[in-house]
Design a binder for this molecule. Structure first.
Ligand code: NAP
Length: 270
């Protein structure tokens, strides 16, 4: 079994959409792997398989250096569809196995049927582990209460300093049940890079706003972050977040700008 999931990774949404960007995207992913951002997150949905192909090119010859996460559509979660969806992802990625295979969001296929099929993929060596994405507390409780459902390894959700709703109940639930949390859109789709208040706080620490936003997420055990960038320069900047330490007074300043939730908020989804 692969070691635990790396904490800082690379997102790939919007990669593979334009052939003119492909070499740059492959170079950015390779630069990330070189710098130790060894988790790559992709999905069959992204560019209709195109992002998985970009990842496949970036990791060719260095499969063992990366922890590979991809996602399947809810309509592919059935006994009839899931095995072939997985085979198509493996083919595009150019690998024999996926480290973590996620249901992209909840659909209509019964959990019991999906879990049974995912476990068959585990036994066949096609996937190492499985998990979900965009599951709020009620969904993940129902899943964990289904036969075999406690094997759920991760829940990938929207989480960053500007979108903290999950802190109220979902993060504590995941911590208690040892489900890893993958923070998607950790830079709020890029908006935090340009946030003047965060930039000012970060400047006092000799850092950038993106580094501060990522370090703020990574300070929490059991939470990883998967920023996306198509730029090798931005990858280098983001990679430094894993070394940035945030003290208590800085955390309080961030709380003042982006207050934590004081009541239940429905899970936000992009
Ligand atoms: P994000 O990572 O929060 O932000 C991406 C944006 O930030 C891009 O426009 C990127 O531009 C910019 N950026 C990155 N580093 C930067 C830097 N150092 N300085 C300035 N700008 C920077 O948003 P995201 O792509 O939505 O989320 C990340 C990943 O999470 C996705 O790629 C995907 O893998 C996953 N995701 C999953 C779901 C789900 O439903 N499970 C939903 C959304 C996202 P450049 O490319 O120009 O650097």
């Amino acid at each position: 079994m692969k070691a635990a999931m790396p904490r800082l990774g690379l997102g790939t949404w919007h990669m593979g959409e334009s052939t003119s960007q492909r070499a740059k995207e492959v170079a950015a992913l390779r630069a990330g792997i070189d710098l130790g951002l060894q988790l790559i997150d992709t999905a069959e949905m992204y560019a209709d398989g195109g992002a998985e192909e970009v990842v496949g090119e970036a990791i060719r010859g260095r499969r063992d250096d990366v922890y590979l996460v991809t996602k399947f559509y809810p309509q592919h979660a059935s006994r009839k569809e899931l095995v072939s969806a997985c085979e198509r992802s493996l083919e595009r990625l150019g690998v024999d196995g996926i480290d973590l295979y996620l249901l992209h969001w909840r659909g209509r296929v019964p959990f019991a049927e999906m879990i049974e099929t995912l476990e068959r993929l585990v036994q066949a060596g096609k996937i190492e582990r499985w998990g979900v994405s965009n599951f709020d507390v009620d969904d993940i409780e129902e899943l964990a209460g289904t036969k075999g459902g406690k094997a759920v390894y991760a829940n990938q959700v929207l989480y960053n300093p500007a979108r903290r709703g999950v802190e109220y109940d979902l993060l504590p639930w995941c911590r208690e049940h040892e489900v890893q949390v993958m923070a998607y859109s950790p830079l709020d789709e890029g908006a935090l890079a340009a946030d003047r208040r965060l930039t000012a706080i970060a400047a006092d620490m000799g850092a950038t706003a993106t580094q501060l936003a990522l370090a703020w997420i990574l300070r929490q055990p059991g939470v990883c972050a998967i920023p996306k960038t198509g730029s090798a320069e931005h990858v280098r900047e983001n990679a430094k977040a894993s070394k940035l330490k945030i003290d208590e007074s800085t955390l309080r300043e961030i709380d003042r700008i982006f207050p934590p939730p004081s009541r239940k908020q429905p899970l936000e989804i992009i």
